[in-house]
Design a binder for this molecule. Structure first.
Ligand code: SPV
Ligand code: MG
Length: 290
């Protein structure tokens, strides 16, 4: 069963599928070990890993190659964040072929104008595409996929842009009609109220996806109680955890003038060997090195 088929089955059969952002194969492996259903090849995490703003600055190739490397490193499915799809409907067709070809299970495409600005930035540029143009991009994505299980998830930024519930609902319905397999509704509100209102008004069969970064108080139990949300994406916790850990360890080494105090506070190198697959390589060496 392909990863795309497995992800579809999870979304159909589980009350809630949980996906977490990663930015390289090592963080993807740790997410898999922790028991997540899938990996979010996050544009924000990748941009941050490259040290640049999440504003359509990294190229499709840069994002795609890391998404491919993450997918190769884990057995769980990868959901690719392709931002605006790297251009118009024709660019989107190329994007679908490339990401599907790289083994992605799904891709999320958002209704912002290229070049986009990141969603959670206070005062960020949040300009949306005309609905018809985005419908065309979705139709192009659906036509371009080869595997019908590869999921095209439409993301509306109407709430992020401050356009209100009616605009968000209207756009999401049009995107569902245009063939989206799920609709991602994003919010930067610090309470879940606007998401709860949106979900309450959603009358379609099309499943909803949410990214509760700004309103972390909404637990998985709360999300399941909303019923229509079938996927939750934890968008940027891997990169934030890395920053937290590195600030602490690097600062301590400088303060102490050596690594003597941090040595016992971080994982031993053997743990990294394990994550790199060294035990498997050693077993192969025994069998094949002659
Ligand atoms: C990402 O992780 O790249 C996302 C989620 O798209 S957010 O950063 O909240 O827009
Ligand atoms: Mg993104």
């Amino acid at each position: 069963m392909s990863k795309a088929a497995r992800l579809r089955a999870k979304i159909r059969d589980k009350p809630l599928t949980h996906i977490i952002g990663a930015h390289n194969p090592l963080s993807a492996r740790l997410a898999e070990e922790a028991g997540f259903d899938g990996i979010w090849a996050s544009g924000f995490e990748l941009s941050a890993a490259y040290g640049v703003p999440d504003a359509s600055l990294i190229s499709m190739t840069e994002h795609l190659e890391m998404a491919r490397a993450m997918n190769d490193a884990v057995d769980i499915p990868v959901v690719a964040d392709v931002d605006t799809g790297y251009g118009n409907a024709i660019n989107v067709m190329h994007t679908v072929r490339k990401y599907e070809g790289a083994g992605m299970a799904a891709m999320v495409i958002e209704d912002k104008v290229f070049p986009k600005d990141t969603s959670l930035l206070a005062g960020g540029r949040q300009e949306l595409l005309a609905i018809e143009e985005f419908e065309g991009k979705l139709a192009a994505a659906v036509a371009a996929r080869r595997d019908p299980d590869f999921m095209i998830i439409a993301r509306t930024e109407a709430l992020i842009a401050g356009l209100g519930q009616a605009e968000a609902k209207g756009r999401a319905e049009r995107y569902a009609d245009a063939g989206a397999d799920a609709v991602l509704i994003h919010s930067k509100s610090e309470t879940p109220d606007e998401i709860v209102e949106f979900v309450g008004a959603w009358a379609r069969e099309t499943p909803i996806v949410i990214v509760p970064t700004a309103y972390p108080q909404l637990t998985e139990a709360d999300i399941m109680a909303l019923e229509k949300v079938k996927m939750v994406i934890y968008g940027n916790h891997a990169i934030r955890a890395v920053v937290t850990a590195l600030e602490k360890v690097f600062g301590r080494i400088r303060k102490d003038g050596g690594i003597h105090n941090v040595h016992g506070t971080i994982v031993p190198v053997t743990r990294v060997f394990e994550l790199q697959g060294v035990p498997g390589m050693k077993a192969d060496e025994k069998k094949y090195l002659r």
